[in-house]
Structure formats: C-alpha cells, structure tokens
Design a protein around this ligand. Sequence first.
Ligand code: MN
Length: 228
Amino acid sequence: MTRRDVIRSAAGCVAALPALAQVPAPAVTLPKLPYAFDALEPYIDAQTMEIHHDRHHKAYVDNLNKALAAQPDLSKRPVEEILRDLSSVPESMRAAVRNNGGGHVNHSLFWQTLGKPQGGPKGKLGAAINKSFGSQGAFEEKLRAAGLSVFGSGWAWVSHQEGGLQIETSPNQDGPWLQGRAPLLGIDVWEHAYYLKYQNKRADYLAAIVHVINWDFVSSRYEELSKG
Ligand code: MN
C-alpha cells in the first residue's frame, strides 16, 4: 500500500462518516443530579428524587428532543431563548416545546437550587430579601403560601425584577422564562415532587423543602442576575 492508498482509504472512511453525522445531535441532555439521591433526606426522600430526576426530568428531555428533531435551527438555540420567543416555533409543536422545554429548564434550575441543609441567604441576597419581605421568615411564609395557592400542577417562583424580589406562581411547566425573566429559584409543586412521602399534604412538603434550599448557589445566582 502506497502512501497515497493510505490517504485514499482514510478518505474512504471519512466519506462514510456523513451518514452517521446526519443523525441530529439531541438539542438537550439530562444534567446529572449534583448530589446523591438521599442528600436531601429526611426532607425530600431518595426515592422521590430518583424518580423525579431519572424519569420525570428525563421524559421532558426526551420529548423536547423528539419535538425538535426535525428543527435543526431551533435545536441550536438555548431553550431559555426559545421559551421567550415561542412565536418562532411552528404552531404544530409549540405546545410540546413549551411544556417539555419548560420542564427541562425548570428542573435543571430546581436541582441546583437544592442541597444539604445549610445557612441562609448570603450577602446582597439576604439584604434584598429583608428589603422586599421584611425578614427571612416572612419571605419563607410567603413562598409557602404561593406554593399552596397553585391549583393543580405548577411552580412557585422567586424572581428578581426592577423594584425588588417577587414571588409568583405558574401553572404546568410554565415559568418566568416565558416573559424573558430568569428566576432565582423555583419550587416544584407537582404531586410527583412530593406524593410518595407527603401524599396530599403539600403544605408539609413546602414546610420541609425550605430547609434544603442551596443558599450559596441562590446567593451567587442573585449576584449574577442583579448585575445586569
Ligand atoms: Mn417536577
């Protein structure tokens, strides 16, 4: 075999590659849970975390990728950006992208905002909470009440807006992203987030989950989001 043959056969191999490359890369992948399933015990049980992450979040990822498979241009855009510009999504798949894209970004943030029990908000966020709500206790009370007020499935959110921090709610997998705002943190109040341990007692779940908010992460996120 001459050197030229080697180059030719190598080129032959390369020529065979485009067939593989035509399989579109998935738009999104399931992020790894940043801690063990049992890290939030006893507040959130390991089995709930495993099913929530490995099955529910995975289903949003798989269904979003399915919806976007025939849309290479959309697939390249960050999901947050697609959500604030849903009118650019073909109507036939808009609901699928809204629900599953929302499910993906909501849960991706949710995992990061939870962690082993630790101290409260740090630095600027602590001051902003006191300014907007009066105290940490009053803030947590308002967040719990918001979570309880959601009829059916949805989320309670804390977001940074002009004029201070706001607590708001959304149905289904909607979120502040739809209005082009990045939330600081969101509390999932779908039954799949708590039913195994708390059954119908959503109030008990909400009272528990505030113990496992990762305030280091949320405080840094606040510094980032409030810069702009
Ligand atoms: Mn969920």
